[in-house]
Ligand binder design. Structure first.
Ligand SMILES: [Zn+2]
Length: 105
């Protein structure tokens, strides 16, 4: 059987280590520049995610701290696989992240 190779999952421990270091280094989203709440649970638009400047599918390293930046989940989705150069040519409006709670206690 041929082992399936997925560079993103190949080394989970190392990947977690990279994520922890990016979380420790960055406090604001690489794309929209607003603060990222690192305590939010996953899968919310404002949840913290690691964005690779050069996507893994394009040869970027998921472990290289200079390639990994903090971003909101929604921002990361908006960027997709595009390079910073391609993003600079995108004239669409960037996503707006709601970072303040709307719940009235
Ligand atoms: Zn953002």
């Amino acid at each position: 059987m041929k082992p399936r190779h997925n560079p993103r999952r190949a080394n989970g421990h190392r990947r977690n280590q990279t994520r922890d270091r990016v979380y420790a280094r960055d406090n604001t989203c690489w794309l929209c520049g607003t603060p990222v709440d690192k305590t939010l649970p996953p899968r919310l638009p404002a949840s913290p995610e690691i964005h690779e400047l050069i996507a893994v599918t394009r040869g970027g390293s998921p472990y290289d701290l200079s390639n990994c930046v903090l971003s909101h989940r929604a921002c990361n989705n908006w960027i997709g696989n595009r390079t910073p150069d391609e993003l600079a040519r995108d004239t669409r409006e960037k996503p707006t992240i709601q970072t303040t709670t709307l719940i009235d206690w």
